[in-house]
Design a protein around this ligand. Structure first.
Ligand SMILES: [Zn+2]
Length: 305
């Protein structure tokens, strides 16, 4: 994507463990449980954490589900030959064209051809990291976490603890911010599970937004005027947005009475706790998903497995 940064959204998110959770280490275990927690060396000791890449994967698949309920064609199947990434592997379009052609989920999370708009940092424990306990893993398939085979083995779970991550959305269109809002709502309602054995009752967590910060940069950065802030998507901030097929103009005005730091080129606003007005932009996502036309439809037909 273009190098110039015109807007960004940073969501400080706490993930609270509400039942047994296992994020499996990719490393082979010489001794100990068959399925061990992924750990990181931090503050002079080893502790469990939630890798940013697996969090991003969980958010992506949930966003796919949300997209398909509105429009089955709005999300490609990332594992199929008909995925945007596989098609771009063969076609090698330039970045603007790839972004224009991609499904809505790839436009947000990325694929071959361009990096995603959303990044998630590794989530570390808030306070003392929880200690994993060993559980008997009968009933959880050791590879997929799905079907049971009856073989007995040991796994490690944590049953308490809170982890903190930062979601970082750069150069977003308003519909992308709105989709993130729907995902966060479901996360807070406990509808998103993480890690192994999701269909067997593991992975229950709750995502709680602590703070949402939005920055606008460049000559078109909006100012807060009379308690009103115009949220601007990239289509209203970047002159080349048309080449990417972005929504343009792309803005919604919301009330804002918080602190503003602004130097004329960068405007920064902060919404504490869960005060970000997601409902004011929700229709941007619904509209975009409903109207979405798959520009790769003919290529997907040809490449179907
Ligand atoms: Zn796609």
């Amino acid at each position: 994507m273009f190098k110039q940064l015109v807007n960004e959204c940073l969501v400080d998110l706490h993930i609270k463990v509400e039942g047994p959770v296992l994020i499996k280490s990719g490393l082979a275990q010489v001794s100990g449980p068959d399925m061990a927690w992924v750990r990181v060396f931090r503050n002079g000791r080893e502790e469990v954490y939630l890798p940013g890449s697996s969090l991003k994967g969980v958010l992506r698949s949930h966003a796919e589900r949300i997209a398909r309920t509105l429009n089955p064609g709005a999300a490609c199947d990332p594992f199929a030959d008909t995925s945007c990434g596989r098609i771009f592997d063969k076609k090698k379009p330039e970045t603007a064209q790839a972004y224009q052609d991609a499904c809505l989920i790839c436009k947000l999370f990325g694929c071959t051809g361009f990096a995603g708009r959303l990044a998630t940092t590794d989530a570390y424990a808030v306070g003392t990291p929880p200690e994993p306990v060993q559980r008997d893993g009968v009933g959880i398939d050791r590879f997929s976490g799905g079907a049971a085979h009856g073989a007995k083995f040991e796994l490690e779970v944590i049953t308490e603890g809170t982890f903190e991550t930062m979601l970082h959305l750069r150069n977003f269109e308003l519909w992308q911010l709105a989709l993130l809002g729907f995902v966060l709502q479901d996360f807070s309602d406990g509808l998103i599970r993480i890690g192994m054995g999701k269909s067997r009752g593991l992975g229950k967590v709750c995502g709680e937004v602590q703070k949402t910060r939005i920055d606008f940069l460049g000559p078109k950065a909006p100012q807060v005027v009379n308690g009103q802030l115009t949220l601007r998507g990239v289509g209203s901030l970047f002159d080349g947005a048309g080449d990417y097929g972005m929504v343009s103009p792309d803005e919604v005005t919301v009330p804002y009475d918080g602190e503003v730091s602004s130097n004329g080129l960068r405007t920064s606003v902060v919404f504490p706790a869960q005060t970000f007005p997601w409902s004011a932009i929700a229709d941007r996502w619904v509209q975009r998903a409903t109207d979405f036309t798959d520009l790769l439809a003919s290529e997907r037909q040809g490449g179907r497995r």
